[in-house]
Design a protein around this ligand. Structure first.
Ligand SMILES: NC(=O)c1ccc[n+]([C@@H]2O[C@H](COP(=O)([O-])OP(=O)(O)OC[C@H]3O[C@@H](n4cnc5c(N)ncnc54)[C@H](OP(=O)(O)O)[C@@H]3O)[C@@H](O)[C@H]2O)c1
Length: 279
């Protein structure tokens, strides 16, 4: 049985959706760890600024335009990424679209667009970078999904369908890649304070949040910081050969109760020791 060779210390890495939130935090964290990073998103000007900031800090970074809804853009991006830093050792497939709206009111075109970007885009990225990894017998394909897979939420039916589809795809991919040396990894964040959903109409947001609370889907009001998810991604790809962190769920830690102790922490009959609790 062949032994695993250690991963190189500098692993050229692609991060999609790097113009904002979790993707930007991931690019910064991986660059700090010494990996050359290629940032991709539609707002390539923002990616270019973030890449310049990384270089100012001593890291290696390049930025290129990427629109996951456009196959030609993905092909061009993959070529530019490998020209910048050589064979890509790690793909962080993080970019996603979210569309507020229940099943009945979502236009089929909008529904299909979400699937096209969130699932079809991930598949095209795997085709662009996966074959080289298999040939080199090493590589990491990291997919940022969502805890909607574990706890689906109403009023975002296209997004939920896309994230279930993505995790189904990755699960099949993990089986197909078994024994190739390429690890497919799911990182599944809970609520995170990013740009996602910030462009929604505030009334729509209020309605959606009220409905989530009604369904018991908001245990407490805390959000993750994007770097909390970046940390999980960095950790998964830093695992030594022979170890495969196949699924990692990351949740915000609940705010501390006002008083210490288990009994006052809502487990006893005296009720909760915190403010603003959701059902
Ligand atoms: N925030 C949360 O609460 C949360 C919870 C669970 C999972 N997630 C997941 O975390 C990942 C990152 O999201 P985020 O929270 O960091 O949100 P965000 O700040 O809105 O970032 C989303 C990123 O996706 C990019 N993107 C969207 N459509 C694209 C397209 N067609 N082609 C290329 N890039 C595209 C955006 O860049 P451009 O607009 O510049 O293209 C942006 O960089 C997503 O997969 C999301 O589903 C987020």
């Amino acid at each position: 049985m062949p032994r695993f060779e250690a991963n190189p210390p500098r692993r050229p890495t692609v991060v999609t959706g790097a113009s904002s939130g979790i993707g930007a935090a991931t690019a910064r964290r991986l660059a700090e760890a010494g990996h050359p990073v290629v940032l991709g998103a539609r707002r390539s000007d923002v990616c270019t600024q973030i890449a310049a900031g990384i270089r100012d800090e001593g890291g290696a970074a390049a930025a290129f335009h990427l629109d996951l809804a456009d196959p030609a853009s993905i092909t061009a991006f993959a070529k530019e990424a490998e020209e910048a830093f050589g064979p890509i050792e790690v793909l962080v497939s993080n970019a996603a679209r979210i569309q507020p709206g229940g099943a009945l009111e979502t236009a089929p075109e909008d529904f299909e667009e979400v699937l096209r970007v969130n699932v079809g885009g991930a598949h095209r990225l795997v085709r662009a970078f996966g074959a080289g990894m298999v040939a080199r017998r090493r590589g990491d394909l990291v997919f940022v999904t969502s805890d909607v897979v574990a706890h689906p939420r109403p009023r975002m039916s296209a997004y939920v369908a896309s994230k279930w589809g993505l995790e189904g795809f990755v699960t099949a991919l993990q089986m197909e890649l078994e024994g190739t040396g390429v690890r497919a990894i799911v990182v599944r964040p809970g609520p995170t304070l990013t740009g996602m959903g910030m462009d929604w109409d505030p009334e729509v947001t209020a309605d959606v949040l009220a409905e989530w609370t009604r369904w018991g889907l908001a245990r407490h009001p805390a959000f993750l910081r994007p770097d909390g998810v970046a940390l999980a991604i960095a950790h998964a790809m830093a695992a030594p050969r022979g170890t495969h962190l196949s699924v990692i769920e990351v949740q915000p830690e609940a705010p501390l109760h006002e008083t210490a102790g288990y009994e006052t922490a809502g487990h006893g009959r005296t009720g909760h020791g915190r403010k603003g609790a959701n059902p």
